[in-house]
Write a protein that binds this ligand. Sequence first.
Ligand code: AMP
Ligand code: GLY
Length: 421
Amino acid sequence: MNVLLLGSGGREHALAWKMAQSNKLSQLFIAPGNAGTSQIGTNVPLDMADFKQISELIVDLKCDLVVVGPEGPLVDGLVDFLTETFPSLAIVGPKASGAQLEGSKAFSKAFMQRHGIPTAKYRQFTRDQMNDGLRYLETHPLPVVLKADGLAAGKGVIICSDTSEAKKEFEDMLLGKFGAAGDTVVIEEFLDGIEFSVFVLTDGKDYKILPVAKDYKRIGEGDQGLNTGGMGSISPVPFVNEDLMNIVENEIIIPTIAGIAEDGLEYKGFVFFGLIQVGGKPIVIEYNCRMGDPETQSVMPRLKNDLIDLCLATTKGHLADQKIQIDPSTVASIVMVAGGYPGSYEKGKAITGIEGHEQGIIFHAGTKISGGSIVTDGGRVLAVTSFGDTIEQAVNYSRQKAAEIHFEGAYYRRDIGFDLT
Ligand code: AMP
Ligand code: GLY
């Protein structure tokens, strides 16, 4: 069968790499893709906001299965549009109603409250309620977490350790700092614990749990400095043992999937549970309606199942028949970024030394082919992913390979996994 995978990041290279191993695959198209995906499939230029262009691609390329990588088009209703246009097309990704779990923090908080799913205490305020919100902040314990309701390119969460700073940020958000995403702001209790990422595939009734991972969001070693899209990931996560996973499944995953069905949300796709362990208990920080990046780069190499089979079972409502098989190895991914990231950075730097990684895979993110060679084309440039028997070994392999890869201004964290060993 022909598959169309939408997206251009490291997550999509990892999904493409995994799908390319399936004997069900005839042709794999990645739109728009990156230099890495062009080596395992066919890249197709695409403006992701142009749903009509996507539907034309599906016809022209005779695609049987569409997998949507990023959240933007899901929240904007791409799956609704495609389902209406092609009622029998297999599509992995929720409709807009289900994607609200990521697209609206206020929606997801209300969902969790309604279904008894553990999450931080919160209140939400619109612009009309700004004064109520400012008063609420006066007595709120510190630190306090402010969240723009809508999608804000990963920047919409601000943690404040000072009341006057929190009041200023709160006002700025309601007055348009993040555009319409901040028309409603959630004020939330700060949770102090260790985070981890759980992924499931659901067909709306049943679910299958994929390998657990942990990502590293801060730019600096020791988890210091600015937030990024993700500087590395590890799978599995040693502290997420069977007991903890049982609680996650019973108190979080099962009520979430039941809640999706009960509320009539239309959901056939990945659910990403951003969790935090506080005093031995898992609590939901956020939902995402897609796979994580850079977690996917460490999760897919451990998944033994045929990903196309899993995708088809998801779209057909047959997930209950699938059995997930996981490689017990540890996988570590180290993300190499452009100098200056997450601030401003330059593109178009020649990349050398990426060939041949015996201990794993190099997943591209912000790369493209220019004049026959591979150059940087984004802030997060690539992930060096390695298998190992332990976290130390997998991270060491990735560090060794990263040291052989060169582009002007390249930076990566050498301490991925530091808190797990
Ligand atoms: P998001 O942009 O929604 O992925 O959130 C970004 C990050 O903010 C999360 O991964 C957490 O590290 C942090 N965060 C969000 N909510 C809370 C909370 N209630 N307590 C502590 N940290 C939080
Ligand atoms: N790694 C976090 C995310 O994909 O949102």
